[in-house]
Design a protein. Structure first.
Length: 332
């Protein structure tokens, strides 16, 4: 088995179960670490002239770290068709999580800001949360491994899940009162905390201006850290204020989505007839979750090019489902 194939999603299909191995990349990471550790250990023994006996604890620690990576690479997600349960098994045999099929919404792709995407299992009570990873990361939409994974794994599993769905599971929300929109006649305007955006933006801007004065807290040197801080405050501050005063309006009578702001920059308008759907994008900073964007896709008139508008960002994924339902009730 080649290193490239190890990094791809692997699966095994049996009559009563489907087992997926989404963490194969850890095999490659383990191999890289093993080479680095071996080189470091060689230097430690022969060049630094340390006794081999005294280095046993260090060697054991290095071996344990490599073993953990190898064990994680063997972690599997098993769909037990006969019992109607999905299990995540550490190292392929130790169950650490179990979810009945009746609680599973489905397997959906999740995009990130870097442009790659993965497939994750989502529960019916948290369709826009973190989800459970069931594939490696893909960059291209036409990746052969991804296409085969959808045909051979995701599509059949969705058929098995349907047998465990209840009549109320996919009933659309009845929107009688709008939580995230101000309603003005036929127009629905996304609510914004303008005062909070203005306050935060002004605070950052004032801090940035202060850093240009002789009494700057970070000194007068132009280090990379200081430059990044200046960009964050002097550019980020006005950007936050502008975002707070940017209105996104959905009008049922004119059937237009319109985005406007006081400067006129980025103003646009798109017809509901060109609406292609909504997509959620989970954002992370240094591998830490930092929010979920809800994006609307429109087909640009006169071309096949799609344009994207970020409608709203949330930190709580529980709010995303309600917001998506409200947007769909207006546009669709």
């Amino acid at each position: 088995m080649s290193l490239k194939s190890l990094s791809k999603t692997r699966w095994r299909i049996e009559p009563s179960r489907v087992t997926v191995y989404p963490y194969g990349l850890s095999y490659i990471l383990a191999a890289i670490l093993a080479i680095i550790f071996a080189a470091g250990y060689f230097v430690y023994i022969y060049y630094l002239q340390n006794d081999a006996g005294s280095s046993v604890p260090l060697l054991l620690v290095l071996l344990i770290i490599i073993a953990l990576f190898v064990g994680w690479a063997g972690t599997s997600v098993e769909f037990d068709i006969s019992e109607g349960i999905m299990r995540k098994k550490l190292m392929g045999f130790l169950p650490i999580r179990a979810i009945p099929f009746s609680q599973i919404y489905g397997i959906s792709p999740v995009s990130n800001l870097a442009g790659s995407y993965t497939y994750r299992v989502f529960k019916k009570d948290n369709r826009y949360g973190k989800g459970l990873l069931v594939s490696c990361a893909y960059v291209k939409n036409n990746d052969p491994n991804a296409l085969t994974f959808v045909d051979e794994v995701i599509t059949p599993i969705h058929h098995y899940l349907e047998a465990h769905d209840g009549p109320e599971d996919f009933k659309p929300l009845n929107i009688e009162r709008y939580t995230f929109f101000n309603v003005e006649g036929s127009a629905y305007i996304i609510k914004k905390n303008k005062f909070g955006s203005l306050l935060l933006g002004l605070l950052l801007l004032v801090i940035g201006i202060h850093e240009l004065t002789p009494g700057a807290w970070l000194g007068d040197g132009w280090t990379i850290g200081r430059i990044c801080f200046m960009l964050l405050t002097l550019i980020g501050g006005p950007a936050i204020m502008l975002a707070g005063f940017t209105d996104v309006r959905l009008d049922k009578n004119s059937r237009l989505l319109t985005r406007t702001n006081p400067t006129g920059l980025g103003n646009c308008s798109y017809s509901f007839d060109d609406f292609k759907g909504l997509q959620t994008v989970r954002k992370s900073t240094n591998f830490i979750y930092s929010g979920t964007d809800v994006r609307a896709y429109f087909l640009k008139p006169g071309s096949q090019k799609e344009v994207v508008i970020v409608l709203q960002s949330f930190f709580s994924t529980r709010k995303v489902e309600r917001f998506v339902a409200e947007v769909n009730s207006i546009i669709v």
